[in-house]
Structures are given as structure tokens and as C-alpha cells.
Design a binder for this molecule. Sequence first.
Ligand SMILES: [Zn+2]
Ligand SMILES: [Zn+2]
Length: 294
Amino acid sequence: MINRTFRYQESASWFKGNTHLHTTASDGGNTIVEIAELYAEAGYDFIFITDHGVCSNVEQSSPVAPPLLLLNGIELDGQDSKGSYYHVVCLGSVNVIFSNYNLEEAMILAKEQGALRILAHPRWCGNTMEEANRHDFDGVEIYNHVCHWLNGKSDGLTYWDNMLAKNPATLSFAADDAHLLSEHPGFNGGWIVINASELNEESVLKAIKMGQYYSSCGPDFKSIRLQGSILEIETSPVQFIRLAGPGNKGWRTGSFTGNLLTRTSIELPENWDYMYLEIEDGKGKRAWSNTLFV
Ligand SMILES: [Zn+2]
Ligand SMILES: [Zn+2]
């Protein structure tokens, strides 16, 4: 592999956030003030407000001193020109999407305004792999907590692998998609942790665009460092640490005996088109890095 650049340049702090949430502005059960308090109490540093078809305006709708960083976004849904059905989370301030928008036009507008476009819960939508690769999405949800509750179709890892084969820079996200209603309960089940020098809109969006974060449903990466061709990682106590590549390519350490790991070193292969880390704790909860090289 030639000209590869290591993605994780840790020089800063880790901040926990969620990229997919609904409030009373669409079909969520909590106001933006209530959801900010809930997530701050759960240890979050930032959340994106991504109501259905509503461009959030956190500057106008949040309290004077919110307990965490509130960020703008929107969730689009609808059919594209080929009749395929999508949900698409856009991260960033988007302000020209109207209530009766056309999905493809709205996705183009969001991209023009600098938003990141994430294919949301593709398995729950019933998307094909071809559909996942159709619109040059910046990323895909590999775990969606509310879909896990609804019918178990929370897992987007197969889509991510398929998208990585086309674009090895494709980002991955674990997200709550919290609605906090009796028919859509649950939160703090899937999140991201970014590495950024400071906590503000610009630095969070930059870290996400650069892929300087990991996704988790439980365990934590403490550090991901490259020394020559050796990757050194530190984690919260986990049972398994894996390096995944295209197809059946992989490396792993750990055991089924119950002994837990907090660090390992991996001699990285030279010739895989992409690779990412997966860690798994004693309860089977997992976390994933983005692809290690860009
Ligand atoms: Zn959705
Ligand atoms: Zn949603």
C-alpha cells in the first residue's frame, strides 16, 4: 500500500457525543432543553439534534447556558429518483430544506452547505448494498439503538464493509436515534467519541469529517498510536481486540477464558486496502475505530 496516512493524530482530548436524536420538533418525546439535560447527566459532551425534516436551530431553541454542546442537523427521508427508500442524517447547519422537500435535491443542498450525509439504519430501511453505494454518502450507521429495540435490525457493519470496498474513507457511526417515547424508548446505547483539541461546533465537525473518533456500544479506546509499522492501542478492559480488513482478512487477540486486556501491539499488514479495529468487552458490547489510514 502506497501513500497511506495514519488517521488518528491524537494530540487532544476525547469527547463523547451522539449524532442522531429526535425532539418534540418532530416525533421525539423531549424538548431540546430536556434532552440536553438527559445527555449531559449521562456524561455526554455534545449532541446533534436531527429531527425529521426539520433543520434544527440550536442557537434559538436551547437554554442560555446549555449543559453540553448542542449542534445542528436534520434527518431526511424519502425516495430517490429510482424509487429507493432512504433515511439520511445530515450533520451541520442546513437551512434551505422545506417541508415538502425532494430527497435527492435536499441531499444536494445539504452537501453544498457543508453537511455530512450519513446513511441511517440501512438494514431497518431494507436498503440493498447497491443503494448504500449510490449517493456517495460520507458515512453509514453501523449501530442504531432504536432499531435494535424495534426489530433488532440495528447492524450496518455489512453495509460499511461493502461501502469501504468502494470508498475506503467511508465513516462509521454508532448512534441512539433516541425518541424517548414509550413506543421508542432507550438512549445511551450507541455513541461516538471524538478526539479534538477543544469542544466547539467547528472542532467537532472537523474531527468527524477527519474520522478522528471511534464508535461504541460499551468499551472505550484510550489511545490508538502508530510507531513505524506497529500499532499500539490502549482500551478499557476488553475480552477481544481485532483488526478487520477486506473479506476474511483479520487479526485478533484475547481469549474465551475471561481474562481481560487493556493494551496490545499489532504489526500492521502492508497490503490490505483498508483496516479498522474492533474491541469487545466481557458483555459482548463492541466499539469500532474508523479505517486506520486515509
Ligand atoms: Zn430514521
Ligand atoms: Zn431518526
